[in-house]
Design a protein around this ligand. Structure first.
Ligand code: ATP
Ligand code: MG
Length: 224
């Protein structure tokens, strides 16, 4: 153990959660809260994607998805809305987001990217994915298996995980980037896909998403 590192002042540490948020739900919010607590992070930034590279263009505009994120996190001082992906044209690449965050925050802030297990199985298809770990840590959570879809890792990702893995949150505070960790969180089998389906069928989505987001959806007649 490097004592010099332990004596240095703790650097600021933030989490980031990117997503389509179509719409944002309690699965996202609870994951952000539990990871922020478990990893002792100062704030979590919610970063809606304008044009998610791996999905068809959502029918709901980026502005409306962003508005729902803002409403959902309005009452939590540690949750911060970050609209940097909305101002870029073209696909929303996480690498570009991290480069822009590094420009803003510098090298002496620990940045941890949050990801569900479903997202991580496709991580090795992301734009310049191997560079991402030099810009941030990654915190993984197990997402309840979407029926029929196993979250199985490729050999490449298993090796990547093995090479960067740490269970020690101190590693994430003493380094600005470079580690992958996993945390158990309350399993909430909630997805935006299921919420969109429920709304299309006229079913209630109470207790799956915040009430003020439901009001917004009804006000603008979204997902009908
Ligand atoms: P969709 O069904 O449209 O894909 P989603 O519910 O998967 O929506 P995303 O915006 O795609 O939501 O997810 C953003 C991030 O949040 C991803 O890393 C995803 O794994 C994670 N996530 C989403 N829902 C949950 C959940 N219920 N528990 C844990 N992580 C989640
Ligand atoms: Mg998803």
């Amino acid at each position: 153990m490097n004592t010099a590192a332990n004596l240095t002042a703790r650097m600021p540490a933030i989490g980031i959660l990117g997503g389509t948020f179509n719409p944002i739900h309690f699965g996202h919010l609870r994951m952000a809260q539990e990871l922020a607590d478990a990893l002792n992070l100062d704030t979590v930034r919610f970063i809606p994607a304008a044009n998610p590279p791996h999905k068809d263009a959502p029918a709901i505009s980026a502005e409306q998805r962003a508005a729902m994120v803002k409403l959902a996190i309005a009452n939590n001082d540690s949750f911060i809305f970050d609209d940097r992906e909305l101002h870029r044209t073209g696909a929303s690449y996480t690498l570009d987001t991290l480069l822009s965050l590094r420009e803003e925050l510098g090298e002496k802030t620990s940045i941890t990217l949050f990801m569900g297990s479903d997202a991580f199985t496709k991580f090795d298809t992301w734009h310049r994915w191997q560079e991402i770990i030099s810009l941030c840590h990654i915190a993984l959570v197990q997402r309840p298996q979407l029926r029929g879809h196993e979250h199985k890792l490729s050999k490449t990702l298993e090796t990547f995980l093995h090479n960067h893995y740490s269970e020690n949150s101190d590693d994430l505070h003493h380094h600005a980037a470079g580690f992958v960790t996993m945390r158990q969180i309350t399993a909430l089998d909630i997805s935006s896909t299921a919420i969109r389906h429920a709304l299309q069928h006229g079913d209630s989505v109470r207790y799956l998403i915040p009430d003020n987001v439901i009001e917004y959806i009804h006000q603008y007649k979204l997902y009908r």
